[in-house]
Design a protein around this ligand. Structure first.
Ligand SMILES: [Zn+2]
Length: 261
């Protein structure tokens, strides 16, 4: 056995977190927990073939590009994670079994089996923490500046999961606070072209989520988690279509709950 690495990320590797359009004047703050599929060199591709690291198990396909287009269209900041959720899932509590998954859908993740606490802690410290600290710092900066904020958590889902096709084009998810979701859902439904899920195919909970409970619910910020089906945003035309649609619908949804702008 090799000695465990003293740290996960080498000095020349990508930062875990990126801020795009940081000066954006919008009340919306966009976050993308699963935007990247990078794997630190020290983890040896987690024992997976390259093709697995391009699949939905590794990241939210299409969301990085969609997020940038939406950030541009809304003039909103976008904070995104650059490393794969297979390294450490930035939308899971650190104590959740799925924080560092040993299986995803039906694929075993060899590099995550039998990890000791030191290696788990290194991933939390170098990848999970900097991402959430960055969101926290941005929310705190906005609070101190008196800037109203609605947190928009961007995700994408695979059209077929464990052999079952999913009927939704998009979905709106929330847990304790439905305010912004309830304003956005009728606007999406009014597009008439789509099947829009409400708290399907996933739900938001303290046990299965981190970003919405910790950053939005605890601060009492209006928020919504938006899921887009990956085949709809797999190419640039699809990403642009959905970015422009969301940029058109989010401001009136926010105004409908009494937000400014
Ligand atoms: Zn996701």
């Amino acid at each position: 056995m090799n000695e465990p690495p003293a740290s996960v990320l080498a000095a020349d590797e990508a930062a875990p977190v990126s801020l795009y359009n940081g000066g954006g004047a919008s009340p919306f703050l966009l976050v993308a927990d699963h935007a990247g599929n990078a794997i630190p060199r020290a983890l040896g591709r987690l024992g997976l073939a390259e093709v697995e690291l391009q699949r939905h198990i590794a990241w939210d396909i299409g969301i990085a590009g969609l997020g940038r287009l939406l950030a541009d269209a809304l003039d909103a900041p976008l904070i995104r994670q650059n490393y794969s959720r297979l390294v450490i899932d930035c939308n899971r509590p650190l104590l959740a079994a799925s924080s560092i998954p040993t299986i995803s859908e039906s694929t075993g993740i060899p590099g995550n089996v039998g990890l000791d606490e030191a290696n788990k802690a290194a991933r939390a410290k170098e990848i999970f923490r900097p991402y959430h600290d960055r969101i926290e710092a941005e929310l705190e900066r906005r609070r101190q500046a008196g800037t109203a904020t609605a947190l928009i958590s961007l995700h994408s889902f695979t059209p077929v999961f464990k052999g079952v096709a999913r009927p939704w084009h998009a979905a709106v998810l929330y847990n304790r606070d439905p305010r912004l979701a309830r304003c956005l859902l009728p606007l999406l439904d009014a597009e008439h072209e789509f099947t829009v899920g409400e708290n399907v195919p996933y739900t938001v909970s303290d046990a299965t989520d981190y970003t919405i409970p910790v950053h939005a619910e605890r601060r009492g910020l209006p928020h919504v988690l938006i899921e887009l089906r990956q085949d709809l945003i797999a190419d640039e035309d699809g990403r642009r279509e959905w970015a422009l649609r969301l940029a058109r619908l989010l401001p009136p949804a926010y105004r409908a709950l009494g937000g400014g702008r």
